[in-house]
Design a protein around this ligand. Structure first.
Ligand SMILES: [Zn+2]
Length: 503
């Protein structure tokens, strides 16, 4: 066997682009239900030369002798190489696990269905008792895989600690994100508590409106149903979702339907994940926007959220290096753009314009979206506190559910069952990225109102401001954007204001 070739940084970057393209396309095919089995392992094997320790060391050496943007670019390439080494080690196990979940079935009222279909179904059942029953079945079938989840998590964690030399997973994440997660969490917890009085009122009103007869603390199996604003389904109908969303984007100056680089997949397939997503296989040229409409407001919110991502990736400067078009330290930047586009659905004017509502009805329905936003924000704030506790204890207890049910239930008034403590955890503290985006998009909206006006949500000037931000690709950090908007990174006043609390 010949000695492994070590690529120079430019060669590495070019080959990495091909590798990520293939992995993205494979992930897309499984996610949308075109393929029944995931074959990521075969791709990783074909590109095994990218992910070796000598290659990692070569990138590190280049990074250490570079400065400025070049250093940042090399940092990202090195971290991607590092991640690739970890995934090469574990990809067969991940594939096997993913395939096991795809094959898992639950039987509800004599009908056998895949786990994902059960999840999708739960949002649609109109009776509380039915959702509860299916939720229990789905949750139990999902939790049956917890031992394997924990095993995979432990293997990944051990391998990463060994590779990076940083034993503390929280410190590792903080280094990459360049923020203090504890500080972020503490500030958000304070904000959540300040929001509690307003939240309690919204919760009491909208739980009643959306769930009808319900226990004082409903279970989390009903959140997808609530997010659709299901009792208002006739207003937010499934068949109008695409047109209304395309028109909404056109108001900002984006002609999504004619942008050939953004590929829309809006079809319904049984194995298609009900969660909408964007897969940026090769930005700005190949960006997939995937949604699965089910009826209800959530279709509109999910479409606009993903459109924000798609326009961001699809709008980046093609002359930027790949590392600044596709690779990022985290997801906190791109989530600002998805959040700001989704925020249009919280404007009473949008409800009035597109759904033929009176001003009073529009205000009422917009309040429902504030309720949903507060519910999600409070859930994620609690999730971050739980995850920080989980990873702090991890070296000694190997990962336990402590805090999951307590924190989330207390923050939301919705019962989150402790058995979901592993499946409800995204890797790499993605929770913190969402939360930073929550803070930042509220700051951005404040900025847009000042620059464009109260009609920011239907004004082409907003499109111009966003387009300029999108051009920068994945290069800036979320905190850099705060600085440009004239805000301190942890200034939570705009967010609290959006959630109905004036601080
Ligand atoms: Zn997103």
């Amino acid at each position: 066997m010949s000695a492994p070739t070590i690529l120079n940084p430019a060669e590495f970057e070019a080959r990495l682009a091909k590798y990520l393209y293939e992995r993205s396309e494979e992930g897309r095919a499984v996610r949308v239900g075109e393929k029944e089995t995931s074959e990521q392992a075969a791709i990783v094997e074909r590109y095994a030369d990218l992910f070796t320790r000598p290659q990692l060391e070569a990138l590190r050496a280049a990074e250490n002798s570079a400065g400025g943007d070049e250093r940042e670019k090399l940092y990202r390439l090195r971290k991607t190489c590092e991640g690739g080494i970890v995934s090469a080690e574990l990809v067969e196990r991940y594939d096997a696990f993913e395939n096991k979940l795809l094959a898992e079935r639950v039987t509800f009222r004599g009908e056998e269905m895949p786990l994902r279909a059960a999840q999708a179904q739960m949002a649609l059942l109109s009776e509380y008792a039915d959702r509860e029953e299916l939720g229990e079945l789905q949750s139990a079938a999902n939790a049956a895989h917890n031992d394997e989840r924990r095993e995979l998590l432990t293997l990944g964690e051990q391998f990463e600690a060994d590779l990076t030399g940083e034993l503390d997973p929280i410190a590792r994440s903080e280094e990459e994100k360049e923020v203090s997660l504890h500080q972020l969490s503490a500030a958000l917890y304070e904000a959540s508590k300040l929001n509690t009085p307003v939240w309690e009122k919204l919760r009491a009103k909208w739980f009643d409106r959306l769930l009808g007869d319900h226990p004082a603390i409903p279970s989390s199996y009903h959140t997808a149903y609530m997010r659709r604003l299901s009792p208002l389904e006739a207003t937010y109908s499934k068949d109008r979702a695409t047109d209304v969303c395309l028109d909404t984007l056109r108001d900002l100056g984006f002609e999504l339907a004619t942008m050939s680089n953004i590929k829309l997949d809006l079809d319904d397939r049984p194995q298609k994940s009900p969660r909408a997503c964007v897969i940026a296989s090769d930005p700005p040229n190949v960006v997939h926007l995937i949604t699965r409409a089910q009826g209800g407001l959530h279709d509109y919110q999910a479409f606009l959220h993903e459109a924000g991502h798609a326009l961001h990736y699809g709008g980046c400067d093609p002359n930027l290096p790949f590392a600044f078009r596709r690779v990022s330290r985290d997801h906190a930047l791109t989530e600002i753009y998805s959040y700001i586009v989704e925020a249009i659905t919280r404007e009473p004017g949008w409800h009035a314009r597109y759904f033929g509502l009176s001003d009073a009805e529009a205000i009422e329905n917009a309040e429902a979206t504030t309720f949903l936003e507060a519910l999600l924000f409070r859930r994620y704030e609690a999730k971050l506190r739980y995850e920080l506790g989980f990873w702090t204890r991890f070296p000694t207890d190997g990962g336990t559910s402590g805090g999951y049910e307590e924190f989330l239930t207390e923050a939301t008034g919705v019962r989150y069952r402790s058995e979901n403590f592993l499946s409800d955890m995204d890797g790499g503290f993605y929770t913190a990225d969402y939360l930073r985006a929550w803070v930042r998009s509220a700051q951005l909206r404040h900025h847009l109102i000042a620059e464009v006006g109260e009609d920011w949500w239907c004004n082409k000037k907003t499109g111009d401001i966003l387009r300029a931000l999108f051009l920068e690709g994945t290069k800036p950090s979320s905190e850099e954007i705060a600085g440009r908007l004239g805000f301190h990174a942890l200034d939570l006043a705009p967010l609290l204001h959006e959630l109905g609390t004036v601080s």
